[in-house]
Design a protein around this ligand. Structure first.
Ligand SMILES: [Fe+2]
Length: 361
């Protein structure tokens, strides 16, 4: 990687490190190709220099662009996903002017999602790698809703209960609309007082939803989604079965999605570490009977994960081997010296004795 002054940049170079402005907002992620427009944007934001890729990083670029091309997030159809996020955004923005959440559109959207989930079997959760931080709230709300419904279906809940679960989970963080934005988006560690302020979003959410003609059961999801099974959560320190089951489900979905994706103040965790953390919190943070179901949907190395082999070669997971979660099928990239391009070669790790995954990136 080499440091380059912004005035010396030529369109077409690849960025070797995320570019942020002085407020911590990301202008371009690592791996993005700088075009004339992006160079201008960086200049307008007072960026003086950036790190760009040298030759050695070309292999890495080939891997990243391949990862981005993988459709890793196909639990619900792309159109539903886009429309749902738009609808969540609209509904939340409208709250500012009318002081209520209007559920009519969200209602039919949840029906649609439930139908799509019922038509799928054996859903394996993957990472949404293209998530933008600006859109975090809406994407997170939708993901938590979808994950919660997958669990609700696994627990044989009837459609009426699933509907309540869908409505409450999609608006579980609505109370954050009343928390000052500078606290919510603070990139550094929160002070004790700031954290107390954030904690109020559960009470705020409950009040907003009760005032919006939604059932008490659904509103209680917003109230209780930060309670922990061992009683160490907030705001009412409920524990065990004292926490309504719908809130226990949303607690798992919320933490899983937050750990699996980049946020303003924290990078996403590696899938194998997310898996470990979720399993480790079974019976502590989470209800063990729900975790038992949830773990069945997780894979250690989901499709799209970048892996490092014991030979130090890098690759991307392209498929799973049933019953052998530690040995997926991966694609590695090798330089074709005639064309100077990196080409993909697929390796089934379950069929090689000398290769194994030693880490992820
Ligand atoms: Fe929350």
């Amino acid at each position: 990687m080499q440091r380059t002054l912004i005035e010396d940049l030529k369109p077409g170079v690849t960025i070797a490190q995320d570019v942020h402005n002085s407020n911590g907002i990301m202008l371009a992620p690592r791996g993005a190709v700088f075009g004339a427009e992006l160079i201008k944007r960086a200049e307008n934001n007072g960026i003086k220099e950036i790190f760009i890729e040298d030759e050695e990083q070309a292999e890495q670029s080939a891997i990243i662009s391949f990862q981005k091309s993988l459709n890793v997030d196909n639990i619900i159809c792309e159109n539903t996903k886009i429309q749902a996020q738009k609808q969540i955004r609209k509904t939340m923005l409208k709250f500012n002017s009318i002081g209520k959440i209007q559920f009519d559109r969200i209602n039919s959207m949840i029906d649609n999602i439930i139908e799509q989930l019922f038509s799928k079997k054996d859903i394996v959760l993957t990472l949404s790698r293209l998530r933008s931080i600006d859109n975090y709230t809406y994407e997170h709300s939708l993901n938590v809703c979808v994950l919660s419904l997958i669990l609700g279906i696994d627990l044989n809940m009837d459609k009426q209960t699933l509907k309540i679960l869908g409505m409450g989970s999609i608006m579980h963080d609505v109370g954050k609309l009343l928390v000052p934005e500078d606290i919510l988006k603070k990139p550094s560690r929160l002070t004790g007082m700031e954290f107390e302020e954030i904690k109020k979003h559960t009470d705020y959410g409950y009040a907003i939803l009760l005032n919006s003609n939604i059932s008490e059961e659904a509103a209680a999801i917003a109230l209780n989604h930060h309670e922990k099974y061992d009683g160490s959560g907030y705001n009412n320190k409920l524990s065990g079965e004292g926490i309504p089951v719908l809130s226990r489900i949303v607690a798992v979905a919320d933490v899983y999605d937050a750990m699996s994706n980049d946020r303003v103040y924290k990078k996403r965790m590696q899938p194998n570490l997310v898996y470990k953390e979720i399993a480790c919190q079974s019976g502590r943070h989470f209800d063990a009977s729900i975790i038992e179901k949830f773990i069945r949907h997780l894979s250690i190395y989901p499709v799209g994960t970048g892996v490092i082999l014991n030979t130090n070669h890098k690759g991307v997971v392209i498929a799973q081997n049933n019953f052998l979660p530690e040995s997926p099928i991966i694609r590695v990239f090798k330089k074709d010296f005639r064309s100077s391009k990196y080409v993909g070669v697929d390796i089934n790790l379950s069929q090689t004795k000398h290769l194994h995954i030693k880490g992820t990136f």
